[in-house]
Design a binder for this molecule. Structure first.
Ligand code: NAD
Length: 469
């Protein structure tokens, strides 16, 4: 399979050995598709096309823009199964999760199609009429990671388009196929140049962040890359939205129903084989229930069916690419020295980047597996005694994306939650996100907001219209 890029309403790229990139299936380690090796010329063409399309798109009525975003939701819904199968091959997640990502994407797009960025009246009297307007920015660059190859690009495309901007999308190098396929299908009704997509070998991102005709960069990915993007954007004073890494703590109070809570925590930690920015990545459990909680988690982890996402019954797919597999394996090796691995580990018997869910106990703050973002199926469980101190431990991280507190006494749990330095804080649940809920990171987890009206506003500029009467 060879899937082309989209530039100025045309499918671009030659299927020749020198000009294509392999896309590897992480379950088989075999190449299953090719995409073009994008170049500087393609980036410049894509930005030029987006710049050319911008005035007409910005002048298109809000209703028409919303209709087009709704039609994109139709494309995702009508082709969900075909697209999900494609995504499993490039990213690995089990088919039910891939179908879930399609349903999520549809839902987010439908919600964006109901939004409009509104200004406000500041003064309206005999002397002045002063109001703010929310005007689009121009060309947006959407730079994306590989863990949600369809959802995350549409988190950018949806609001960018509704607000009246045009966009150049750069998928992650290892997961470009499904998003390009969707954009090809949408090309029938999206005006030329409004959405463009360029594929790369992890080398073209800086050309977008440096480009003088790009007004804003919306980035989702690691904190390390986010810092580089922020620095690069300074040269042309680009707007940036950065949704970065996380090391989300979950704090479990002694009064919980251990079995029920363990099941929810397991779900929040191991979705997408742990490759979720907002996954539970450090679990702090009160000493009274520590052993019992570890035992319950082990039971759940042992029940996981690790395998190719296309195989019926698989509950955990592979790590999405070789580079990440290497990183997670190194962390696991270290964790074995620092703590006690109760279950799970690398599956050596078959091809593919498979790791059976790992539960590791007797680890502490300062250990790599606790302090670093593992972004894989390993859950470190840390014992705590003092509720006042555990909040401090949870906050002693450069990250601040999400956090959760679990307890029967909801008031008490909420008091602990309020003190956590995180953009999202959940009580008795995990990963409850949605298009109507703003999502923002603290500290090194990001800058700005995605989703909801607040997220939409980030794709606009305030213009003050001040009229003397
Ligand atoms: P990454 O930072 O390595 O890459 C993300 C994207 O940035 C890729 O498209 C890559 O090609 C591009 N890129 C790399 N260097 C660049 C540069 N100098 N300039 C411009 N672009 C550049 O991240 P990843 O490994 O693909 O994704 C995993 C990370 O993403 C994890 O840390 C995870 O927590 C984070 N993430 C965050 C969220 C969120 O909403 N906060 C969501 C998903 C993933």
């Amino acid at each position: 399979m060879f899937q082309k890029m989209l530039i100025d309403g045309k499918l671009v790229g030659k299927d020749s050995k020198k000009k294509r990139i392999k896309v590897i299936n992480p379950s088989t380690e075999k190449t299953f598709a090719f995409v073009p090796k994008g170049t500087k010329k393609h980036i410049n063409q894509a930005v030029a096309a987006a710049k050319k399309a911008f005035p007409a798109w910005a002048a298109t009525s809000q209703k028409k823009r919303q209709d087009i975003v709704n039609k994109m939701a139709d494309v995702v819904a009508d082709n969900a199964e075909m697209l999900a199968r494609l995504m499993v091959k490039e990213q690995g997640k089990p088919m039910p999760e891939a179908m879930g990502e399609m349903a999520w994407t549809e839902g987010y797009l439908r919600h964006y199609a109901t939004l409009s960025a509104k200004g406000r009246m500041i003064q309206n009297d005999d002397d002045f009429k002063i109001e703010t307007r929310r005007v689009p920015l121009g060309v947006v660059a959407g730079i994306c990671p590989w863990n949600f190859p369809v959802l995350v690009p549409f988190w950018k495309i949806g609001p960018a388009l509704v607000a009246g901007n045009t966009i150049v999308v750069k998928p992650a190098p290892s997961t470009p196929v499904t998003i390009l396929k969707i954009l090809e299908l949408c090309n029938k009704f999206v005006p030329a140049g409004v959405i463009n997509a360029v594929t790369d070998e992890n080398d073209l991102g800086p050309l977008l962040t440096d480009h003088p005709d790009v007004a804003k960069v919306s980035f989702t990915g690691s904190s390390e890359t986010g810092k580089k993007i922020m620095a690069a954007a300074a040269g042309t004073v680009k707007r940036v939205t950065l949704e970065l890494g996380g090391n989300d703590p979950a704090i479990v109070m002694p009064d919980v129903d251990v079995k029920a809570t363990a099941a929810q925590i397991y779900g929040g930690a191991f979705l997408n084989a742990g490759q979720v920015c907002l996954a539970i990545k450090r679990l702090y459990v009160h000493e009274k229930i520590y052993d019992e909680m570890c035992d319950e988690l082990v039971k759940l982890a042992k029940g996981a069916i690790v395998g190719d996402g296309l195989q019926q019954g698989s509950t955990i797919g592979p790590i999405a690419n070789a580079e990440q597999f290497k990183k997670v394996k190194a962390l696991l090796k270290r964790a074995k020295k620092d703590g006690k691995v109760l279950t799970g580990g690398v599956v050596k018997s078959k091809k593919g980047y498979f790791i059976k869910p790992v539960i590791v106990r007797d680890v502490k703050d300062g250990d790599d597996i606790v302090d670093k973002e593992q972004f894989g199926p390993i859950l470190p469980v840390i014992k705590f005694k003092d509720i006042a101190k555990v909040g401090k431990a949870a906050n002693a991280s450069d990250y601040g994306l999400g956090a959760s507190v679990w307890g029967k006494d909801v008031k008490k749990a909420t008091r602990v939650a309020e003190k956590l330095q995180s953009g999202s804080v959940w009580v008795n649940q995990a990963l409850n996100i949605g298009p109507h809920i703003p999502m923002a990171g603290c500290k090194a987890s990001g800058l700005g907001v995605e989703q909801s009206t607040e997220g939409l506003e980030e794709y606009t500029q305030i213009q003050v219209l001040n009229i003397a009467r």
